[in-house]
Design a protein around this ligand. Structure first.
Ligand SMILES: Nc1nc2c(ncn2[C@@H]2O[C@H](COP(=O)(O)OP(=O)(O)OP(=O)(O)O)[C@@H](O)[C@H]2O)c(=O)[nH]1
Ligand SMILES: Nc1ncnc2c1ncn2[C@@H]1O[C@H](COP(=O)(O)OP(=O)(O)O)[C@@H](O)[C@H]1O
Length: 223
């Protein structure tokens, strides 16, 4: 199998399961999961310059300006140059995709196609552990103890932008911005789309696809 470092992106609307799928890929293949939303929420909690600027956009479910998120992601990617990585939530506009193009060639783009009604239901049942970004769902993957993170024992919270008004805006904005990004990757032959309403059904196909590029952590070959 090629020893080249994997450069992958997961695209999909809010609630499509990007975070859940990336969490599973990161665990199964030992690669770095870099979530733009998680970095922004960390900056907001730390009250950094980026955080203060980004806060208003996140609260309203609007996209943060391209130059802000691009500089955050470029800084993070610089730190991970020697590792396989997987981007979640970036790029989300054509301008961001062009910025990413300047630093790497993508090997794989996974696009999650999930119906609108499913997205609305999922987001309203989502809870997160703010420090790690770990994602739960009160029906699909509840924590062992209600309202508590499995790993740290710390409290879970609901995101501000998972409130109904912000959800509707986010879904609309996603569609507009993502179309040219999806077209770009399709034209390059790196786009792989998966449709369905359940992550567990999509996951085996994603696993097989990623296995064709990197070795699973727990495979016999890896030991
Ligand atoms: N019922 C159900 N819930 C799911 C499924 N897959 C993921 N979820 C839950 O749906 C919610 C959204 O999933 P995420 O992985 O956070 O989705 P995302 O695309 O990263 O969402 P954003 O962070 O908003 O971009 C979470 O609460 C997940 O636990 C599924 O197959 N069925
Ligand atoms: N690539 C990006 N470009 C612009 N804004 C972003 C980007 N990634 C994240 N954000 C901001 O962070 C918020 C949360 O992002 P994320 O956790 O990926 O959730 P969602 O996919 O539900 O929007 C977005 O609504 C947006 O305000």
């Amino acid at each position: 199998m090629a020893s080249k470092l994997l450069r992958a992106v997961v695209l999909g609307p809010p609630g499509s399961g990007k975070g859940t799928v990336c969490q599973r890929i990161a665990e199964s293949f030992g690669l770095q999961h870099l979530s733009s939303g998680h970095f922004l929420r960390e900056n907001i909690r730390a009250k950094s310059e980026v955080g203060v600027l980004a806060k208003q956009y996140l609260e309203q479910g609007l996209l943060v300006p391209d130059h802000v998120i691009t500089s955050v992601m470029m800084m993070e990617l610089e730190k991970k140059q020697s590792q396989h990585w997987l981007l979640d939530g970036f790029p989300r506009t054509l301008v961001q995709a062009e910025a990413l193009d300047r630093i790497c060639d993508l090997d794989l783009v996974i696009n999650l196609n999930i119906p609108f009604e499913t997205l609305k239901d999922r987001l309203s049942a989502r809870w997160i552990h703010p420090a790690s970004g770990r994602v739960y769902n009160m029906e699909f993957n509840p924590p062992d103890v209600h309202g508590i993170d499995d790993i740290t024992g710390e409290p879970l919270i609901q995101r501000e932008d998972d409130k109904p008004d912000a959800v509707a805006v986010r879904l609309r904005k996603y569609k507009e911005a993502a179309k040219p990004v999806i077209e770009l990757y399709k034209s390059r032959g790196v786009l792989h789309s998966f449709s369905g309403t359940e992550t567990n059904k999509i996951w085996p196909y994603v696993y097989t696809l990623v296995s064709s590029k990197v070795r699973p952590v727990h495979s016999k070959e890896a030991n």
